[in-house]
Design a protein around this ligand. Structure first.
Ligand code: NAP
Length: 283
């Protein structure tokens, strides 16, 4: 079994990105990310802080818009439109969740697709689905980069994704299809999941249930990617995979923490740099 070290790979990606940012700065281009957070969700504050740190490390400028929970839909949309117009801002990210009563789809749809570094705007979703260059949602993109880095063959392989959310499962279907995998998606209404996962060469668990994927669900030599982030009874971070037992059967496996998580932030940084390069005709 080989451990897929997302932490190390993310570091390598960030080092390369810093070089690209340094090149841009020589030409007076200063990549900048704007992050909007509405309300005071604790987990979101941690995520935003981590994104700000990552930007700092690479040399990407970071602007935070912290709006209180009473912000109206009109105010949110008008802020996004203002940021769309700003030439100095290359990427816009709306941290989810936002308070109930606000329409997050309309907000994502309003972000200019050229600044949509999360890849949630329907234009980017559509481009991904027809195989055109686009901004790809950061977590699935990170998963793909891991497979590439470890030279894991995807073409012709049977990939099973557990989870069909708009931010992970669904874009990952497209990413793996584009790499010629045979893709099956399982969700909460799927019957006999075990029978399906047992046939998989590659399993991606993205459902948010601690230790859901057990040893008996995995065939010998499968590649197991764990997207899940859960807290166990002791408050420790655990994935969707029973790592201890599944790792005995897998050929490759990602740990939690230190697997997909760091890759997600690295791919966000990648998308911001790419946005700055595209907007300045450098790609
Ligand atoms: P989500 O929006 O809650 O979606 C969960 C998906 O899993 C849904 O499609 C749901 O099916 C399916 N599901 C739930 N219970 C299931 C079950 N018992 N059997 C089969 N399928 C089941 O979650 P998400 O945002 O995609 O996130 C999934 C996990 O990844 C969470 O733990 C989250 O914290 C983590 N995550 C990690 C990163 C990272 O950077 N590592 C990034 C994003 C998310 P239905 O569609 O039928 O409801």
């Amino acid at each position: 079994m080989e451990l897929i070290n997302g932490k190390e790979l993310a570091k390598e990606i960030r080092t390369n990105l810093k070089r690209r940012v340094d090149e841009l700065k020589k030409e007076n281009i200063f990549p900048k990310l704007a992050v909007i957070m509405v309300g005071d969700d604790k987990a979101s504050s941690v995520y935003v802080r981590n994104k700000s740190k990552a930007c700092n490390e690479i040399g990407i400028e970071f602007e935070e818009y912290l709006k209180d929970a009473n912000t109206t839909q009109e105010e949110l949309i008008s802020l996004i439109k203002e940021l769309n117009e700003r030439k100095d801002i290359n990427g816009i990210l709306l941290q989810s969740p936002i308070p109930k009563g606000l329409d997050i789809r309309e907000a994502f749809n309003t972000i200019d697709y050229r600044k949509d570094v999360d890849g949630f705007n329907p234009i980017n979703v559509g481009k991904l689905s027809i195989g055109e260059d686009s901004f790809v949602s950061c977590t699935p993109y990170g998963v793909v980069k891991m497979l590439e880095k470890y030279n894991i063959e995807v073409e012709g392989k049977r990939a099973v994704i557990i989870g069909r959310s708009n931010i992970v499962g669904k874009p990952l279907i497209q990413c793996l299809l584009n790499k010629n995998a045979t893709v099956t998606v399982c969700h909460s209404r799927t019957k006999n999941i075990k029978e399906i996962t047992k046939q998989a060469d590659i399993i991606v668990a993205a459902l948010g249930k601690a230790k859901f994927v057990t040893e008996d669900m995995v065939k010998d030599g499968a590649v197991v990617i764990d997207v899940g982030i859960n807290r166990n009874e002791e408050g420790k971070l655990v994935g969707d995979v029973d790592f201890e037992n599944v790792s005995k059967k897998a050929s490759y496996i990602t740990p939690v923490p230190g697997g997909v998580g760091p890759m997600t932030i690295a791919m966000l940084m990648n998308n911001v740099v790419k946005a700055a390069e595209l907007q300045n005709n450098k790609l």
